[in-house]
Design a binder for this molecule. Structure first.
Ligand SMILES: [Zn+2]
Length: 382
């Protein structure tokens, strides 16, 4: 089965062979053959195909790559959000409430919730999604979350080190031993990545280092949550260990920014969190000026950021993080792919996986210019 998308007014390719950044083409066409991009070029020279889609001058972008989500959970924390908006501060402790509900859920309940959220993401143009565990926090519950997540995506992340569960409140060292021992052993067969929440109230730098090194020894790639609530050594640890990404990066020292500028670790910004917790936004301009690679992701989770919309994240990034629309759309596509060390998604080039989104708009600028408006006309992805 082949499909040609013809008469594309503006095509974002993100293909370095075409140009820097979004590497845009005007009056373009793309041929998809059996789920792979088979041809990219001028609309006038578009090849024939089984199906022809007339873009009528509208914009096509690569599908969004959401490199940070927590979809394996049960329950709802709308009441907590409501209280927070009325002035109560956010703390990492709310995670424990979801842990209780997730442990009590059936496999079908967990799977059904994640499948519904993935469908919601897909309708909004997201075609690659990373999914973390982290609301089980027992050997069996973490392994279960990852086993179910691995049915839904290849980008699964073991986050046993999300928060110290209540039953280990007086024995954090014992919990780190579990996370790096029996829990890792049970989780690793279902995971590609390991992650740790390095923050006051969660895990410190020494614990984070031990956890990520244990994960790497078990064959998992490293990624990290750091800099959400304050500066810590987590960001520089992530760069030092060559982690694929360090996520949040809201509070950064100059040394953190320098390290991200010089290293290979992607700085993933999650502006849905600051929106939903009423915290100060991260400064994307500062990171971009330092030469860091910046990604945008939703951090979709029931506590601190229950949005599944990459378009919303782009709108906030443009308005409040100091990004141009082109930088934001790149960060939400190619940036997310870089954060997952993928070169086959987030890009429109011959040989890449066909993940494309036709917008009901002439330009991706409309994501920020028309915030909250559903702009996805059609999603092409197998
Ligand atoms: Zn997160």
């Amino acid at each position: 089965m082949s499909t040609v998308i013809d008469r594309i007014g503006l095509l974002v390719t993100n293909d370095p062979a075409i140009g820097p950044g979004t590497a845009e083409l005007r009056n373009a066409a793309v041929l998809i053959d059996d789920g792979v991009i088979a041809w990219v070029g001028e609309a006038d020279r578009a090849p024939a195909a089984d199906e022809r889609v007339d873009a009528r001058g509208r914009c096509v972008i690569p599908g969004f790559v959401d490199s940070h989500s927590h979809l394996m959970f049960a329950g709802d924390r709308a009441d907590e959000f409501e209280y927070r908006m009325a002035g109560r501060p956010y703390s990492a402790g709310g995670i424990r409430r979801t842990v209780g509900l997730t442990r009590a859920a059936s496999d079908e309940g967990l799977r059904g919730n994640a499948v519904a959220l993935l469908a919601e993401m897909r309708r909004q143009g997201t075609t690659t999604v990373e999914i973390k565990s982290g609301y089980g926090l027992t050997v069996d519950d973490e392994a279960r979350a990852l086993r179910i997540a691995s049915e839904l995506t290849s980008e699964t992340t073991y986050l046993g080190a999300h928060v110290v569960p209540t039953e280990f409140a007086d024995d954090v060292g014992g919990y780190v031993d579990l996370v790096t021992g029996a829990m890792l052993e049970a989780a690793a067969p279902h995971a590609r990545w390991i992650d740790v929440f390095c923050e006051t109230g969660a895990f410190d730098v020494d614990q984070a280092r031990a956890i990520l090194l244990a994960g790497e020894a078990a064959g998992l790639g490293a990624r990290m949550h750091a800099g959400q609530l304050g500066e810590s050594g987590g960001v520089q640890l992530a760069v030092e260990l060559g982690a694929a990404a360090v996520d949040h990066c809201t509070f950064l020292s100059d040394a953190d920014v320098d390290a991200l500028g010089a290293g290979t670790t992607v700085a993933t910004l999650l502006p849905g969190v600051e929106f939903s917790t009423r915290q100060p936004y991260p400064d994307a301009r500062r990171l971009l000026s330092a030469g860091a690679t910046v990604a945008l992701a939703t951090d979709c989770n029931p506590g601190s950021s229950f949005t599944s919309s990459m378009a919303f994240c782009i709108a906030v990034a443009v308005r409040d993080l100091g990004m141009t629309p082109a930088e934001a759309v790149w960060a939400a596509t190619a940036g997310g792919a870089a954060a997952l060390r993928r070169d086959d998604v987030g890009v429109v080039r011959v040989g890449a996986t066909a993940q494309l989104v036709l917008l009901e708009a002439p330009s991706y600028v409309h994501f920020a210019y028309r915030p909250g408006v559903p702009l996805v006309s059609r999603v092409f992805a197998s």
